[in-house]
Design a protein around this ligand. Structure first.
Ligand code: C2E
Ligand code: MG
Ligand code: MG
Length: 439
């Protein structure tokens, strides 16, 4: 029997990857004594824990020896292997066993026709955790699992085949076939591919514009700055964050975000220098050196970096040093959407932003909801004590603005004050010199 060619799970379409993940998730119910499940697939000369559940989850991506590990032996011998105490069993890889902390392990080879596609591994940190019945249960489903793995990987091979690969098809016919396969294999994939194509075209044609929304001092009603917001022209309408997410998915997110910042700041030169300009960036752009250079080159010390979603906890240290660098270039940090699920209070404490932007959700109906009011008031107190300023977003009604002013929110933004629009329109409506003094 020969082994299946290695299939990189990272390259699987989501539908296929989901199926692999369901295999290891559900095995924990099938064998109740199991505390972890893993699908070990061949890569190069060895095996990789490609999909993991339970106690194996932290070890996803680990490589296993084809000769020293129990899973490797199971693959090579095409035999189900079971150990009651992995630490006392010479067939196991001790280093691996210590790392994953499993004492009882069952490895089941996944045979499909003439191939062994990989090994299903279930484990428990307790010795003698599994009974003979568990082994036969797993042997009983092995064929089904192998068929599911084969289907998922076969789907991925077909779906991932580039439409411009040489073939007997004419190109239009080929892309029709490709779309059909993608729709069957992974219904969501087809529409995602289409959206991604639209992002590429939009970026090549620079088919977007920047609008600006005024930020007002709530006490004196004067303009103190503007937030730049992207508008993408191709229809049907999708919100800017959806376009940006699509761009990140195809590895062009930083490029797009930088393109938007550049466009926003280039236009800001026409405005009174004391007005600040808020630009939205995700953490991956905040740590991108090109962004820092752009802020230095175009920012003239008046950029507010509005940090959006909370995606890079892993890169926390990198983010903190990037923010220090940006501050040295004269930028200030605003944490966006505070009070929503995206921006936790812990993040406010960790990043010490100069500006806290209260999320629309917190502002909507603040005049009739005592809980929203007291949470916003608590954030104002916190901001005052830590030297930060508060900007309330999404003010739509006068009663909301009145409450926000009463609880001491110094700045506001929203449809009541001004809708996002061309820079010249806003600059014509406000007297910036009066407002700039309040900053
Ligand atoms: P955000 O930064 O929190 O921006 C505030 C959003 O609220 C904007 O939506 C704005 O148009 C909208 N808004 C303003 N006032 C009101 C109001 O009174 N009521 C309501 N209901 N909405 C109001 P928009 O422009 O659709 O942007 C959505 C999000 O997309 C932004 O949220 C931001 O996270 C992201 N985004 C927008 N432009 C850019 C950009 O150029 N770069 C990046 N990285 N993200 C952007
Ligand atoms: Mg924002
Ligand atoms: Mg916001």
């Amino acid at each position: 029997m020969n082994h299946a060619p290695s299939n990189w799970p990272g390259a699987l379409p989501k539908g296929a990857a989901d199926m692999m993940q369901r295999i290891v998730d559900n095995v924990l119910d099938l064998v109740p004594a199991a505390e972890g499940g893993a699908l070990a697939l061949p890569v190069g000369d060895g095996l990789e824990f490609a999909f993991c559940s339970g106690a194996y989850s932290p070890h996803a991506g680990s490589l296993l020896s084809p000769t020293a590990s129990l899973a490797g032996k199971s693959l090579v011998q095409v035999a189900t292997l079971h150990t009651d105490d992995a630490l006392a069993d010479s067939r196991t890889d001790r280093n691996m066993i210590r790392a994953v902390k499993m004492r009882s392990v069952i490895c089941v080879p996944l045979r499909y026709r003439t191939q062994v596609l990989g090994v299903l591994v279930v484990g428990s940190p307790r010795p003698r955790a599994f009974a003979a019945e568990d082994v036969s249960t797993l042997n009983g489903v092995a064929e089904f699992i192998a068929a599911a793995v084969e289907t998922a990987t076969a789907m991925s091979r077909v779906v991932l085949r580039s439409p411009d690969e040489p073939s007997a098809f004419r190109s239009a016919q080929r892309s029709k076939v490709y779309e059909y396969v993608a729709n069957v294999a992974d219904p969501k994939l087809a529409s995602r591919l289409e959206r991604e194509e639209r992002v590429r075209t939009m970026m090549t044609e620079r088919d977007f514009s920047i609008v600006y929304q005024p930020v007002l001092g709530l006490r004196n009603q004067e303009l103190s700055g503007l937030e730049a917001l992207a508008r993408f022209h191709p229809g049907p309408y999708r919100p800017p964050n959806a376009w940006i997410e699509d761009a990140h998915r195809i590895g062009m997110g930083n490029e797009l975000e930088l393109m938007l910042v550049e466009a926003a700041l280039e236009e800001s030169w026409t405005a009174e220098p004391r007005l600040f300009f808020g630009v939205n960036v995700s953490p991956s752009v905040a740590i991108d050196r090109r962004f820092c250079e752009m802020v230095e080159r175009l920012g003239r010390g008046r950029v507010i970096v509005e940090l959006t979603e909370n995606e890079t906890v892993a890169k926390h240290d990198e983010l903190v040093s990037a923010l220090a660098r940006l501050r040295r270039c004269g930028a200030r940090l605003a944490l966006d959407d505070v009070g929503s699920g995206f921006s936790s209070l812990a993040r406010v404490v960790q990043l010490a932003p100069e500006i806290i932007k209260l999320d629309i959700e917190l502002v909507r109906g603040i005049d009739v909801d005592p809980i929203r009011r007291s949470l916003a008031a608590a954030l104002v107190t916190f901001a005052n004590e830590s030297g930060a300023r508060v900007v309330a977003e999404g003010i739509e009604r006068q009663a909301e603005l009145d409450v926000l002013r009463d609880i001491g929110v110094p700045f506001g933004q929203g449809y009541l004050i001004g809708r996002p629009g061309p820079l010249t329109v806003h600059l014509g409506q406000f007297d910036p010199l009066a407002g700039a003094a309040e900053r």
